[in-house]
Design a protein around this ligand. Structure first.
Ligand code: MN
Ligand code: MN
Length: 468
């Protein structure tokens, strides 16, 4: 065989090797503009809706405005009809009826709208040395030491005995006060710094400072607590016992901001998984006439393992699909069997400062597009649904034909840890399911980092999938 020239070798490589490229080399000028605008919308959304309840309310308000109707079993539905189901104010399913027979299955995108945070305990309020506090119980997998000395806002509801529901959102407006967890000064932290990292700040040390002024009185105990309850009573009409039937969540009061001189990235609280749920929601709105019925589910409780009636281990998705099938005289089981799903959740992006946790050939990179993950799980793929080669092949074609910038990636080196998503619970319904999502740096930290081109790529991926 004659020796190849340098150029010929280069051509051969281009033909045979997998091409990995930064999105900047692949994204067109118009698309770049669309990407920037989309990310602006995303940042506005993040500053408006930070918790599952707020996202549920935001999404449903928008759906109503766009002509979506609340789903009722047995309702008459035609192609192009738009419906939604509100699951207890914490999760939402939206669907657009396709032109194809429902028996050909639906195109499903699933993402979650809860994020790691600090929940208040049921008896949260106390006073210690004339400082008022809330006791918390953290929600989701956090590095506890990251949460002190961060401005916190408070979100949620208080339900009174008579059923009246009070919505709380304080600490987000610039004129609002914020809340705060203290840490020890370095001068006195010798002992603390010898604790192991999970214990540097212990769960029972995540106490939120909420006030320091006593109720004016000559003498008496717990006057700061009294003053705080008086304030809360005036503002919300509540007494201490009302905390028992409340869900109050402390989250970082930070706003979403562009990051870098080139403004190419976004820093924010809760990219996991708003960075998938918002694009999925937008894709649903932007596919008004799908062939296959499109279904987007924004679920709750992913960060605590998907249990509970608003999490995806519950039957609410299955029941919805069965009820939907019945509207067309179809069998729910058959519809699920024919359906296909993108399980949209973030993945770990490669962090050059910590290269050792990922395997360079099989991990996601910032600005290399939305990341498709064939399997998740820990050790020997424990807990994974592992999408079939056939379905992976289908998804590959849909994404490539749609001009989507995408990559593949696994969550960490083998045997180093791992994690799961809701994919397995959807696959367990007999639905072809694969994981897809945006690479994130500092996942589960109070402020997480993503690249704008990847956010855009996620939206594009969901849109072409729902159109397929
Ligand atoms: Mn997630
Ligand atoms: Mn997570």
């Amino acid at each position: 065989m004659p020796r190849k020239t340098k150029d010929e070798i280069q051509t051969m490589k281009e033909q045979l090797f997998s091409q990995k490229q930064h999105a900047a080399h692949r994204i067109g000028k118009t698309e770049q503009k669309d990407c920037v605008q989309f990310c602006r919308d995303y940042m506005d959304f993040m500053n408006t809706a930070k918790t599952e309840r707020e996202i549920n309310a935001f999404v449903i308000a928008e759906l109503k405005q766009q002509g979506y109707q609340e789903f009722r079993p047995g309702m008459e539905l035609r192609p192009g009809d738009k419906i939604y189901l509100d699951n207890r104010g914490k999760a939402v399913i939206m669907a657009t009826i396709g032109t194809a027979d429902i028996r050909e299955g639906v195109r499903l995108c699933a993402a979650h709208i809860d994020s790691p945070r600090l929940d208040l305990k049921q008896h949260p309020l106390y006073e210690n040395q004339e400082i008022g506090y809330f006791k918390t119980h953290y929600y989701g997998g956090i590095k506890k030491y990251q949460w002190p000395t961060v401005p916190l806002s408070l979100h949620g509801v208080i339900v009174k005995k008579d059923g009246e529901k009070i919505t709380v959102r304080i600490g987000e407006d610039d004129s609002d006060p914020v809340f705060y967890i203290t840490d020890l000064l370095p001068h006195l932290a010798d002992e603390q710094m010898r604790r192991t990292a999970p214990q540097i700040i212990k769960g029972e040390e995540l106490n939120i400072v909420i006030g320091s002024m006593p109720y004016p009185a000559d003498k008496g105990s717990e006057l700061v607590k009294l003053a705080l309850l008086k304030l809360l009573n005036e503002k919300y009409g509540i007494t201490e016992d009302d905390f028992m039937s409340a869900e109050l969540e402390a989250v970082p009061a930070y706003k979403a901001r562009e990051v870098g001189f080139d403004r190419s990235m976004i820093g924010a609280y809760g990219h996991d998984d708003k960075v998938c749920s918002y694009p999925a929601f937008r894709a649903s709105l932007d596919v008004p006439a799908p062939v296959h019925t499109s279904v987007v589910i924004l679920t709750d409780k992913e960060e605590t393992g998907s249990d509970g009636n608003t999490g995806l281990k519950s039957a609410y998705l299955k029941y919805f699909l069965c009820d939907l099938a019945e509207c067309f005289g179809a069998n729910g089981r058959a519809v699920m069997r024919a359906s296909k799903c993108l399980s949209a959740d973030v993945n770990a992006g490669f962090d050059p400062t910590f290269p050792e946790v990922l395997e360079k050939n099989n991990c996601a990179y910032l600005n290399h597009g939305v990341c498709v993950t064939k399997f998740t799980g820990a050790r020997g793929k424990s807990g994974t649904s592992d999408a079939s080669a056939e379905f992976m092949g289908e998804v590959r074609k849909i994404l490539d034909d749609g001009g989507v910038i995408w990559q593949t990636g696994e969550l960490g080196r083998v045997d180093l840890g791992g994690g799961g998503t809701v994919a397995a619970y959807i696959a367990n319904l007999d639905i072809d399911t694969i994981d897809i999502g945006v690479p994130v740096l500092s996942m589960h930290a109070p402020y997480e980092l993503v690249a704008k081109t990847d956010v855009w790529a996620a939206y594009r991926a969901f849109k072409v999938f729902l159109e397929s």
